[in-house]
Design a protein around this ligand. Structure first.
Ligand SMILES: [Zn+2]
Ligand SMILES: [Zn+2]
Ligand SMILES: [Zn+2]
Length: 319
């Protein structure tokens, strides 16, 4: 019968040992079931821990428990100054590039199998003082099911147990529910976009909104001047929902359009007053709202939508 694989065993003080750091003659135990394992170091076979097949232990629980202990150890070693902070390999919410992010300095310990306020249990809780601020969930066979994911009352990431065993200091989330991350490049593009939009808005006596109305840069098809156009939380160009927030930008008007065959809420040019049709704004690839899926009316979604538009404006050469 094949033995169970034990990548790391524990000693009687719960410290983790790999076969490379274990010593002959010492006692080692399975991190999951705490049964004695045998350390073998032969001339032919590489050093390993031998764990008999058992009814109370399984490969899955060994990997799961080991990964939890490794995550905790990575936090402890960082906090005691023995190593750098574990890093998270995350994705920019705007441009999708990978960004390495160290754990925030304020995290000061990690607790295994921590019961959260709503009764759910986090595999590893990242603690700030005595508050669980975030959680690391370990996946071995299947992802955190949606039920559990929705229930965890703190931000969490899910990582693959086997990947943690390979490298416990770089965490590559398979699910990332932490606060969305924006890379430095997207942030600086957004600043350039805002500076440009301020100029264009000022020239036409418009004020830039800070919520609800998303704004983009556009060239009026008729007078060819650069103008600000607006959108708001709605489902793209086919959704004719009226804007609901005051003050309404003065150039957003309920106007009759021959092309549209009726009255609808539309952008107009502050200089020549022509209607700026939705099609060139939303559906042409150099339109300011092209392929941007406007989300809900919330401050974080507003910022995300604006950054997407800024990066799009840079891509089509407007900045
Ligand atoms: Zn075991
Ligand atoms: Zn980015
Ligand atoms: Zn115009």
């Amino acid at each position: 019968m094949p033995e169970l694989r034990v990548p790391f065993a524990i000693d009687d003080e719960e410290r983790l040992y790999s076969p490379a750091t274990a010593e002959r003659g010492k006692s080692y135990f399975c991190p999951a079931c705490r049964e004695l394992v045998v350390f073998r170091q032969g001339k032919i076979r590489i050093a390993h821990f031998a764990h008999k097949v058992s009814e109370t232990c399984s490969q899955e629980t060994i990997i799961h428990k080991t990964a939890k202990l490794l995550v905790q150890t990575a936090v402890q070693e960082w906090k005691s100054g023995k190593s750098n902070s574990p890093t998270l390999q995350r994705v920019c919410q705007i441009c999708s590039t990978f960004v390495s992010q160290p754990l925030p300095e304020k995290v000061d310990s990690a607790i295994l199998e921590y019961r959260l306020a709503d009764g759910s249990v986090a595999d590893v809780a990242l603690m700030v003082g005595n508050m669980a601020q975030a959680a690391v969930e370990i996946k071995v066979t299947h992802a955190v099911d949606d039920m559990k994911a929705n229930r965890l009352p703190v931000p969490f990431i899910e990582v693959d147990g086997y990947e943690v065993i390979e490298n416990a200091t770089v965490w590559k989330p398979t699910i990332d529910n932490f606060k969305p991350l924006t890379c430095d490049q997207c942030k600086s593009t957004y600043l350039r976009f805002q500076a440009k939009a301020e100029q264009v808005a000022k020239a036409s006596n418009l004020e830039l909104p800070t919520a609800y109305y998303r704004y983009g840069l556009h060239e009026c098809w008729k007078c060819k001047r650069e103008i600000i156009v607006f959108s708001w939380p709605k489902d793209g160009m086919w959704d004719n929902s009226a804007p609901t927030r005051e003050p309404l930008p003065s150039t957003v008007q309920y106007r009759y359009s021959k092309t549209a065959g009726g009255k609808y809420w539309t952008n107009t040019c502050p200089y020549c007053r022509s209607i700026q049709g939705d099609f060139p704004l939303y559906a042409e690839c150099d339109g300011p709202f092209y392929a941007i899926d406007f989300g809900a009316d919330s401050p974080t979604v507003f910022d995300r939508d604006m950054m997407k538009m800024a990066v799009h404006a840079a891509r089509i050469g407007l900045l």
